[in-house]
Design a protein around this ligand. Structure first.
Ligand SMILES: [Zn+2]
Length: 209
């Protein structure tokens, strides 16, 4: 390893498995969540917000700054489509610590991030007992209002960018607002517009030549 610090590492490193990967409150809720969700979604606990979202600033510095604001934050549970693992909605279990001021501030940034990106965030107050039906209906409700509820590839999605004018500027990515770039399909060599943020953003638009 190029004479790095790893040469001097002791045999046993000072890492141990945490016994509180999920807190008691989270574990208790997780049991009910599994029943409420069934096979419909995959439940991922403790997901970093940096793994769910990417930032689209107007320049590199701004993008980095927005990315850093969420890098160390996570959401309690992320529910994904079992086929595509696309994030469908997230759940934050609110406990007493959320009464504290710093947590409230965190909550408000977290709420804003989810709202801006269009991913539903359901807040559920931690309790001693939950109703499976109540949780299932709260999730159902949130997904029904979500802009991503019909996120299956369709011939003409509602947010598909308009084809660019023949000799004009490239179209803007409807998700990122950045000018799209010409790409070539590896399969058939055809050319199309793609988002410069690929693979984090997979928006495409037809190229009119
Ligand atoms: Zn994009």
């Amino acid at each position: 390893m190029f004479g790095s610090q790893e040469d001097h590492l002791p045999d046993r490193l000072p890492y141990r498995i945490r016994d509180d990967f999920l807190s008691r409150a989270e574990l208790s809720f997780y049991g009910v969540l599994r029943l409420a969700v069934g096979n419909r979604w995959v439940i991922c606990p403790k997901v970093s917000m940096g793994d769910i979202f990417f930032a689209v600033g107007s320049n590199r510095q701004e993008t980095t700054s927005w990315r850093n604001r969420i890098a160390s934050k996570h959401v309690d549970f992320l529910l994904c489509d079992p086929q595509t693992m696309r994030p469908m909605l997230a759940i934050e279990l609110d406990d007493q610590s959320h009464e504290r001021k710093d947590r409230q501030q965190r909550d408000s940034l977290q709420d804003q991030v989810f709202r801006s990106a269009g991913l539903p965030l359901v807040r559920i107050r931690a309790r001693a007992q939950y109703s499976v039906e109540e949780i299932a209906s709260a999730l159902q409700h949130a997904v029904a209002r979500s802009p991503h509820k019909t996120e299956v590839p369709s011939p003409r999605p509602a947010n598909q960018p308009k084809p660019a004018p023949k000799r004009g500027a490239p179209p803007l990515c409807p998700k990122c607002g950045t000018p799209m770039v010409v790409r070539q399909s590896r399969q058939d060599g055809s050319r199309f517009y793609g988002c410069p943020n690929y693979p984090r953003c997979r928006q495409t638009a037809p190229l009119t030549e």
